[in-house]
Design a protein. Structure first.
Ligand SMILES: C[S@@+](CC[C@H](N)C(=O)[O-])C[C@H]1O[C@@H](n2cnc3c(N)ncnc32)[C@H](O)[C@@H]1O
Length: 445
């Protein structure tokens, strides 16, 4: 069977550098022979480096300075096999090129097929972050329903870019309950002492205790999750004795968070979505078409499970530092407990600002370090598993004010604070920072 040449074109994204293309090119090669052409507007200093990266990826590069060159060049290369053509075109060039292609197909190259869609996302993996698809209507484009590869596309093949990882830190330390220790506690009316254990930085532990972030582990299981109902906040009284506080520790902070999520509309990008916890708040707006939900998550297992739990959503493998989205398309960007997992939060904020529309919501929620008070047998059981299996996954223990500093360093006054709920005595260790992107909405790096 003769494979029909396929021609795909996309406007050349502004600011795209050859490094990013090098990774795109490698991804493209998996699809067979590919020809990349670029137009005259490419900055001269990038041109040589770009050609080099194309050659290193084993591709064939041609340079077209004029769309009429394409018309001359195409009949020959189209006979070589599947063809991807990426062109930098002014908007005015588009009809002209389309006409040139139509006449080529009619007169000289009857096997030629083309589409005016952008490059299929799945071809480019992580590098799609750089492809502006603004000519293409949402939501079809995002869903790939009108993509030329529909039905043949192997699905996402790209790996998220490998990012430099800072040194990971723990966000938890233990306080073992017994007769000795620095802390005085009263649990179920009984006085005891708590000894602070752990390899974590003592300044982090002191800060957590200053903020009243000590919890009593009431569970019988070896590993508790972040929102276990089996942990209870301990608070120091005026005399420095720690006692269990009434109620579920996360109720208030979770209610505030649910309220913000329930009010979101438009395209919501959930960075580091993990297991997608807020289905109840998302579903009705999703079903009524007022909300579109896109999860960007590096962990394929989370993605697969979440896709099953929320089939109305869209799930893309990626990282917050390189969002696979065009500029100014998102109405909200969320980092729900993923902020302190970001290798490069500055880069992630710049990406969020790039994809956010003016007026969009940025919502950052995370936890600061906390202590868990446990009986010796609970501690032993937990450590048998946790130490062996759970590497530290946090790179920071930022609180809301620290996260705001990072955002300000990138965005300056390009965002305004809608609400900030930081961690303090009497709150849980979960904080919330809600921001609004102010017009003009794009803060360039
Ligand atoms: C503690 S989980 C939070 C999951 C979920 N958002 C929630 O609220 O429960 C942190 C998530 O961040 C993801 N993550 C880690 N590094 C990331 C990065 N650079 N960009 C985006 N997500 C990342 C992890 O895979 C994980 O799913």
């Amino acid at each position: 069977m003769t494979m029909l040449p396929k021609l795909t074109w996309t406007p050349w994204p502004a600011g795209l550098t050859h490094d990013r293309w090098a990774s795109a090119a490698k991804s493209l090669r998996r699809r067979g022979r590919v020809v990349l052409l670029h137009g005259a507007d490419m900055p001269r200093d990038q041109c040589a480096a770009w050609c080099q990266s194309v050659r290193e990826a084993g591709l064939i590069a041609g340079i077209s300075v004029d769309i009429h060159d394409v018309a001359t060049f195409l009949p020959e290369v189209a006979a070589w096999g599947p063809l991807l053509l990426v062109l930098q075109l002014g908007r005015g060039d588009r009809p002209q090129l389309t006409e040139a292609l139509a006449s080529l197909a009619r007169d000289r190259c009857p096997t030629l097929r083309w589409t005016t869609l952008g490059v299929p996302r799945c071809w480019l993996g992580g590098a799609t972050a750089d492809l502006e698809l603004q000519d293409h209507a949402w939501p079809d484009d995002l869903r790939c329903t009108s993509c030329a590869e529909r039905g043949q596309c192997p699905g996402p093949v790209g790996e998220p870019p490998v990012l430099p990882r800072p040194v990971a830190v723990s966000n938890q330390f233990d306080v073992v309950l017994g007769e000795h220790g620095e802390l005085a506690l009263e649990i179920a009316g009984e006085r005891c002492r708590g000894a602070i254990l752990g390899a974590t930085d003592s300044a982090v532990m002191a800060q957590a205790l200053d903020r009243g972030q000590l919890y009593l582990d009431r569970s019988d299981v070896a590993r508790i999750d972040d929102f276990s109902e089996q942990i209870q906040l301990l608070l120091p009284d005026g005399a420095g004795v720690w006692r269990p506080a009434a109620g579920q520790p996360f109720d208030r902070e979770e209610a505030a968070l649910r309220q913000v999520i329930a009010g979101l509309r438009g395209l919501v990008v959930d960075v580091g979505a993990g297991p997608v916890r807020y289905l109840g708040q998302l579903r009705s707006a999703l079903q009524s078409g007022q909300l579109r939900y896109l999860a960007v998550e590096p962990d394929p297992q989370h993605l697969a499970r979440s896709q099953t739990a929320l089939p109305e959503g869209q799930f893309v493998r990626g990282v917050g530092e390189f969002l696979p989205l065009p500029d100014a398309c998102a109405d909200a960007v969320l980092w729900l407990r993923s902020w302190n997992h970001l290798g490069d939060p500055h880069r992630a904020v710049a990406e969020a600002l790039r994809v956010a529309r003016p007026g969009a919501t940025l919502l950052i929620v995370d936890n600061v370090a906390f202590g868990l008070a446990r009986r010796p047998e609970q501690l032993q059981r937990a450590h048998a598993i946790a130490v062996a299996e759970t590497p530290f996954e946090h790179f920071r223990n930022d609180c809301a004010t620290e996260a705001l500093q990072v955002v300000r360093q990138v965005a300056g006054n390009g965002v305004e604070v809608v609400q900030i709920q930081d961690v303090e005595l009497g709150t849980s260790n979960q904080w919330l920072l809600q921001l609004r992107v102010t017009p003009p909405g794009r803060i360039l790096e």
